[in-house]
Design a protein around this ligand. Structure first.
Ligand SMILES: Nc1nc2c(ncn2[C@@H]2O[C@H](COP(=O)(O)OP(=O)(O)OP(=O)(O)O)[C@@H](O)[C@H]2O)c(=O)[nH]1
Ligand SMILES: [Mg+2]
Length: 250
């Protein structure tokens, strides 16, 4: 298996029935042996059942069904644990992370040693369509993260990138040794960006135009979004301190 695409869903019946075919089209066009792992938290709208139906046509679909709404970060982590690809991509199911960026993300990571294809909403005139509060909060957080963690990139928080499983395991081990758990956070990408840079990997930003969802509703309303931003402003500082500690690797 070349590539595992992991997506987290909660009430995404319409989106998932478009996303699985769209990802399979990308696999076919780019001759990628891929699988799609859907981590669904027993969505009341029947997302899991829709995935099982799609699996009949697309057997490279894997459903990880969890008993209740347990959060985005842990959903991605559980999806990774169930996957087999040499390369991994995490993406939301609502098309705000465009499938069309996948070939370039994959190409960079697969073909250029030590580089990670990294989706970004801040390259040139890349679209970033969302509410004003989301725009301001995300922009402030990203400036803050780039400054304190020296990641050298503009979009630290989207979480749409392609990483090899070997590098992923290496970064996670490095993190664990320092008491860092990227997937305890909704914005897991932030930790992985800092960990990658610390381990001399280069993040190569690729435009990832962000569009408003057409189907379904947001699971991160205004107040939850605000909480995430504040929590991650503080988290950035604690991450910086944990990453600067010298420890015995092992
Ligand atoms: N498994 C699982 N998936 C979740 C959970 N919360 C959100 N998701 C999924 O995570 C992805 C991101 O959530 P969104 O609601 O789109 O959050 P957002 O992108 O900040 O909000 P929008 O601006 O509406 O797109 C979507 O695919 C959701 O279905 C959860 O608790 N469990
Ligand atoms: Mg979304």
């Amino acid at each position: 298996m070349d590539l595992s695409i992991i997506t987290a869903t909660y009430n995404e019946k319409e989106n998932i029935s478009l996303l699985i075919p769209a990802l399979n089209k990308i696999f076919a066009e780019n001759k990628i042996k891929g699988e799609v792992i859907v981590v669904d938290d027993s969505s009341p709208d029947g997302t899991s059942e829709t995935v099982l139906k799609l699996k009949e046509k697309y057997p490279n679909t894997v459903l990880v069904k969890r008993p209740g709404k347990l959060g985005i970060g842990s959903a991605y982590f559980d999806g990774i644990k169930a996957s087999f690809g040499k390369y991994l991509i995490m993406m939301d199911a609502d098309f705000s992370m465009p499938p069309s960026s996948i070939p370039e993300l994959y190409r960079i990571t697969q073909q250029e040693t030590g580089k990670i294809g990294w989706g970004s909403r801040y390259l040139g005139d890349t679209k970033f369509e969302t509410d004003f509060a989301h725009l301001i909060g995300t922009s402030f957080l990203n400036h803050w993260v780039s400054f304190w963690l020296n990641t050298g990139i503009k979009d630290n928080t989207l979480g749409f990138f392609c990483i090899s499983r070997n590098h992923f395991n290496l970064l996670l081990k490095y993190a664990e040794n320092r008491g860092i758990y990227p997937f305890n956070n909704t914005l897991y990408g932030l930790s992985l960006a800092a960990l990658a840079v610390k381990n001399d990997l280069r993040l190569v930003e690729v435009p990832a135009p962000y569009e408003r969802r057409i189907y379904g509703q947001t699971k991160i309303p205004f107040l939850s979004g605000l909480k995430i931003v504040f929590k991650d402003l503080l988290y950035t500082l604690s991450l910086r301190s944990k990453l600067s500690k010298k420890i015995n690797e092992g």
